[in-house]
Design a protein. Structure first.
Length: 411
């Protein structure tokens, strides 16, 4: 029986729906969130594949869990797989399993995630990272339930409900030949679109209340509320990391302030300083030695590592541009160093220390591989070893990050 996804939403009691929504951990009363929730309630009882799309940190896994919890498979397995975190060479084996001897390190037979999820639900996060070769096998299992373990010709059959998620535009990936068109159509039977936090700022008070009370209960802190001005400040921020970034700020603020009434001044203490914007365009009227100096450069807050990070993130797609920019950066920094040449060893200001002896000669272009290794190391350090956060900071996939970590022996 075909499900009507545009049926009258009044068929679900609004109070019950609100209670169920909170139980599922889905917060928000704004129109974009309610639209996603209504689609969730319609599709969950069916067996259709679901594609959840939205930026990083918008709550895709929360919705995937909710689909499973409201389905007839709720008492069976729910298996979550991050396709971007598994190396390309291992992903097929992880999903479909392998026989002993299928490849060099296959010392035993292994059951894949799809077999483990039989009769239940499998959630493939970051499906846009999946290699085209593996997409072929995924399409087969979606259409017929059939697959073969790696190294085996035996056909197996499973009954699995698939939920997929991505922060990529799969239509663009299809056009670029990075994603199979037939698989895209098969996955996109129902699409739950999750809005970026900046698209439903009216939900920020609800999110703050929810996360604040959870962290207070966990740490036995008495929650005393937040001022209207502080809420207005939170609504003015870009929230590029969306709900995940917002939750981290709330957790940190409430925990470190021990539950005191939250004011604007308190919130300001925990908002990270943004790196200044700057242009890498070289003009004939501009001294090329200073072209890479940020327009609003501040010696008090702009460290050498931060400037390098910003430079590489802005021009990382253009290899020749990187080489030129790093050379220009060295010249620019030489000018700054000459201005403080009276200090021979260290410049110490507002608790920031720059040791010029640690850097290469300014007239020498630093190898890209060395800069890349340094960038990855700094990102991992700043994210306390969390590879997913480090990959997001560097704007690369987790698979690429894992490969680079191995390449540069950072573990």
């Amino acid at each position: 029986m075909e499900t009507n996804f545009y049926s009258n939403q009044n068929s679900i009691n609004e109070n019950y729906k609100k209670s169920l929504q909170e139980k599922l951990g889905i917060i928000g009363s704004s129109e974009p969130i309610q639209k996603a929730v209504n689609t969730l309630f319609e599709v969950a009882p069916t067996d259709l594949a679901v594609l959840i799309t939205g930026e990083t940190g918008t709550g895709k896994e929360v919705f995937a869990n909710a689909v499973h919890s409201l389905s007839e498979r709720k008492n069976k397995s729910f298996i979550s797989v991050n396709c971007g975190a598994i190396p390309e060479t291992l992903l097929e084996s992880e999903l479909f399993g392998h026989e002993k001897g299928a490849f060099t390190s296959a010392n035993d037979q292994r059951i894949g995630f799809f077999e483990a999820a039989n009769k239940g639900t499998i959630f493939l996060d970051e499906i846009g990272e999946m290699p085209v070769g593996t997409q072929v096998k995924l399409l087969r299992i979606l259409e017929s339930g059939e697959f073969s373990r790696l190294g085996s010709s035996t056909v197996k059959k499973v009954d699995v409900r698939l939920i997929a998620a991505t922060n990529r535009n799969l239509e663009e990936e299809v056009s670029a030949k990075n994603f199979r068109q037939d698989l895209y159509y098969r996955l996109n039977s129902v699409n739950i679109i999750l809005p970026a936090l900046r698209e439903h700022l009216q939900d920020i008070p609800l999110y703050f209340e929810h996360f604040a009370r959870k962290i207070c209960d966990k740490n036995r802190i008495i929650y005393q509320g937040i001022s209207d001005d502080a809420i207005l400040l939170l609504k003015s921020l870009p929230w590029q990391g969306n709900i995940r970034e917002f939750k981290n700020l709330v957790d940190k603020t409430i925990t470190l302030e021990k539950g005191v009434f939250i004011t604007v001044d308190i919130i300001k203490k925990y908002i990270p300083l943004a790196l200044p914007e700057f242009s890498t365009t070289f003009s004939n009227t501009v001294n090329p030695n200073t072209a890479l100096i940020p327009t609003n450069y501040s010696k008090e807050i702009m460290s050498n590592d931060a400037l390098i990070l910003r430079t590489l993130l802005e021009i990382k797609q253009d290899i020749s541009g990187i080489k030129q920019a790093l050379g220009k950066f060295g010249s620019a920094f030489r000018i700054l160093s000459e201005e403080v040449s009276s200090i021979k060893d260290n410049v110490i200001k507002d608790d920031i220390i720059v040791n010029f002896d640690e850097h290469k000669p300014f007239n020498e272009v630093i190898p890209i591989s060395e800069m890349e290794k340094h960038l990855i190391s700094e990102a991992l350090s700043n994210c306390n070893g969390n590879k997913r956060k480090a990959a997001q900071l560097l704007d690369i996939s987790e698979r690429t990050l894992y490969r680079k970590i191995k390449e540069y022996e950072l573990e």
